[in-house]
Design a protein around this ligand. Structure first.
Ligand SMILES: [Fe+2]
Length: 200
């Protein structure tokens, strides 16, 4: 399915989080130890199994919490023992790293993008390189997707890097500026046009 999972953290302190471990948790743990990183938490952009399939096993093995928006808990294939979600969207697991959840419903009700140090945006199935996530699934809402893309991510600067949840584009990653210039779903200027595109 071309899923991306991410390790994000602070090289100096060696603390990291895993984002969207859908498939190969052992490989992610191996990679973290190669990079001399200690995994402090598992973060999920949303509840779908191809992003969360390894969350239970990894959090059990590492004895760390998982963060998922409560609106997506029911979608998880297996519930991690410690599920957390901050009311203010700030995920305080690594002291030197700011991790902010931006609620971006549309693909699912509890979809979130994670903004790391105000510069790197992990977008899950909300925004892909050149496209956006499906809006025809259980708890999807295409109108909310339009608002997420145009308003909730609208304040981010052009140089914010975009790291999607699937390898669906011409490049694995992009920037908000690039997507605003080339992604037809971000270039859409009206809800009506967006809904026509997304359903067509
Ligand atoms: Fe998904």
């Amino acid at each position: 399915m071309g899923n991306f999972a991410y390790l994000a953290g602070d090289a100096a302190s060696g603390e990291a989080v895993v984002v969207d471990p859908g498939w190969d948790g052992e490989e992610l743990i191996r990679r973290a130890s190669q990079e001399e990183l200690t995994i402090r938490a598992v973060l999920l952009t949303h509840g779908h199994y191809d992003h969360s399939g390894q969350a239970r096993a990894m959090t059990d093995l590492l004895n760390v919490p998982a963060y998922v928006d409560p609106r997506d808990e029911a979608l998880l294939p297996a519930r991690p023992a410690r599920l957390l979600w901050p009311a203010d969207g700030l995920i305080p697991v690594i002291p030197q790293v700011s991790i902010k959840a931006i609620h971006t419903p549309g693909h699912t009700q509890g979809s979130n993008c994670f903004l790391i140090n105000d510069k790197h945006l992990l977008t899950g199935d909300t925004l892909f390189v050149g496209a956006c996530g499906r809006c025809d699934l259980e708890t999807s809402d295409p109108e909310e997707m339009y608002r997420s893309l145009s308003e909730r991510l609208g304040y981010l600067a052009d140089d914010v890097k975009v790291y999607p949840g699937h390898d669906y584009g011409d490049t694995p990653a992009s920037t908000m500026g690039n997507e605003r210039r080339t992604n037809p779903y971000l270039m859409c200027t009206s809800l009506e046009r967006f809904l026509r595109m997304r359903s067509g």
